[in-house]
Design a protein around this ligand. Structure first.
Ligand code: SIN
Length: 559
């Protein structure tokens, strides 16, 4: 557990949702109709987190010429042999209804002249199947529509929203006689000085859904916002929940290159720009993707990212260029208004200039292992969205499947929680004291953790680099009372502890997998190996020791 003051206040609900991206907002709205009291906790304001930054869109077989089977095929191909086909089937077959429901809730997707949702193409998709909004502001529009729905019921007694709150740890009941984690009974959280509650408190409920998003801040630079510090993933690990596919990290091929030292959240140049015909050129002006893959610039994301890294090594440059100059400038500026405005702030015109880009961290395909209903490996614990590992992404997520996964599986998880709460199957238990010492990593160690993550489980990995990263991470003091450590139980320290914990597990799983597949590229094992068509499942023993198991890639039990 994290070192933190004892809770000074307590609240309770029938279900707690942590996070207010597409998964958290969807779950909260669904649960409101199913249980008497829902508590929604978010780290900043409701309209924050990764969803609002999603540019490209949401994939679904909405075109009458398209089919869920075709979407499934593309998803399985991108996932490089590690997707759970049953979970993929759920994603693609329930996806179209969920997207139409989002439109019904007020999300204004871009439409064609006949009023049908416009569909575009992104990497790895064999057809146009990406719905978008505001051109390149899809996540922001979906978030706006869902937040408006929550705001409309915010004063209802059935919904409580706590903003500006970081969830610290999951509360769990006594473990069973076999030592298996006890059921979840809520969370501890710290409210950061806004609203009616302040300081550390406890929120009790028989069901907790984690929808806390990704791990972007594990790396020095990422397309993720500053809030993405892996808080839910780390809390689930500490509570004994297994996590899977941790080593599969997606590096987006076209992130604006702002110079060698650029850190923090970097601007994304959506894959949809390539979907509309943009090409990749090296710094000598040579187009290189047609020689790499039959889909050229629209090859799966890992293929494009690795091709760029290899090209940069060959040319000695630290970036390549995205070229839209052959497209109609008016169309480019109107189709991508958000990107165009962001680039203009850097003095670059998307329509007429070469745009310098390089791969950077974008998405975590792994996470808290769940079944088809979002149930995680601790009773009463659920996860949905980027923090979860449902098995739909396998080794590499297909473009624009992340918003879809969030909405489809949050919907399912909320239905499951609602049914189980109503049936009395999930009942509130007494939280037990978590044994063992409390940990805390000084905020000053954050840059070191990020540097080690880039050197170890970065875009191109080696056994040597991973060993060095593991050694470096193990040397970071994790006790607030370690000699020479200045660490106070406060947000920066809690976040850094979570980043350190996630980086440690990520490094260990990446070292374990001695092959290359999807979002895991090992220069020392550059080919996929059939013996590795297994998932690495990681968990923490009650004494905190990391355990790695291999699980077959088999269909999950049916719905
Ligand atoms: C993008 O717009 O390129 C990102 C979409 C995604 O991550 O799926």
């Amino acid at each position: 557990r994290l070192a933190a003051p004892a809770p000074g206040w307590t609240t309770s609900a029938d279900a707690i949702v942590v996070g207010s991206g597409i998964a958290g907002l969807t779950a909260a709205l669904e649960l409101r109709a199913r249980v008497p009291r829902v508590l929604l906790i978010t780290k900043s304001v409701l309209a924050s987190g990764s969803t609002v930054w999603a540019q490209g869109g949401i994939a679904a077989a909405l075109d009458p010429q398209d089919t869920p089977e075709a979407h499934s095929r593309d998803t399985l191909t991108a996932g490089a042999g590690l997707c759970d086909p049953v979970a993929v089937d759920v994603l693609v077959s329930e996806g179209p209804d969920r997207v139409r429901e989002l439109a019904g809730l007020g999300a204004a997707f871009d439409v064609d002249q006949a009023g049908r949702i416009s569909l575009t193409r992104e990497g790895g998709h064999g057809t146009n199947r990406i719905a978008h909004a505001g051109g390149d502001a899809t996540g922001a529009e979906i978030s706006r529509a869902l937040v408006a729905r929550i705001e409309a019921v915010r004063n209802d007694p059935g919904v409580e929203v706590i903003e500006h709150a970081i969830v610290l740890d999951l509360l769990t009941a006594e473990p069973g006689p076999d030592g298996a984690p006890g059921p979840v009974c809520g969370v501890t959280l710290h409210v950061m000085g806004e609203g009616t509650r302040d300081g550390v408190g406890a929120a009790l409920a028989p069901a907790v859904l984690l929808a806390t998003g990704g791990i972007g801040q594990v790396y020095p630079s990422s397309t993720n916002p500053a809030l993405a510090t892996g808080d839910g993933l780390a809390a689930a690990l500490r509570a004994g929940a297994p996590v899977a596919d941790m080593e599969f990290v997606q590096f987006h091929p076209t992130v604006l290159w702002l110079g060698a030292g650029a850190k923090g959240q970097l601007p994304l140049v959506s894959e949809a720009v390539r979907g509309e015909g943009a090409m990749l050129l090296d710094t000598d002006g040579v187009r290189f993707m047609p020689d790499v893959h039959p889909m050229a610039e629209l090859a799966p994301r890992d293929v494009v990212a690795h091709a760029i890294v290899r090209r940069m090594a060959a040319t000695g440059a630290d970036h390549v260029y995205l070229d839209c100059r052959h497209l109609d400038p008016g169309f480019v500026r109107a189709r991508f208004p958000t990107i165009h405005a962001r680039l203009l702030a850097e003095g670059i015109d998307l329509a007429t200039d070469l745009v310098p880009v390089a791969p950077a961290h974008h998405f975590h395909s792994g996470g808290v292992l769940t079944d088809l209903h979002g149930r995680a490996g601790v009773p009463g614990l659920y996860a949905a969205g980027e923090v979860a590992c449902t098995g739909v992404h396998g080794a590499n997520r297909l473009a624009s499947n992340s918003l879809l996964e969030g909405v489809v599986f949050a919907h399912r998880a909320a239905a499951d929680i609602g049914a189980r709460v109503q049936a009395g199957e999930l009942a509130l238990r007494e939280p037990a004291e978590r044994p063992g010492p409390a940990g805390l990593v000084a905020a000053a160690a954050r840059a070191r953790v990020q540097r080690l993550s880039a050197l170890g489980p970065g875009v191109i990995r080696t056994g040597e680099g991973l060993e060095a990263a593991a050694r470096g991470l193990a040397q970071v003091p994790t006790s607030p009372t370690a000699p020479g450590v200045v660490a106070q139980p406060q947000t920066a320290e809690w976040e850094t502890t979570n980043l350190h914990q996630v980086a440690t597990v990520l490094t260990a799983t990446a070292a374990e997998r001695t092959e290359s597949r999807g979002g895991h590229f090992r220069a020392d094992f550059p080919e996929p190996d059939d013996a590795w068509r297994v998932r690495v499942v990681a968990s923490l023993d009650p004494d905190g020791a990391l355990r790695l198991d291999r699980a077959p890639v088999s269909p999950s039990p049916g719905p």
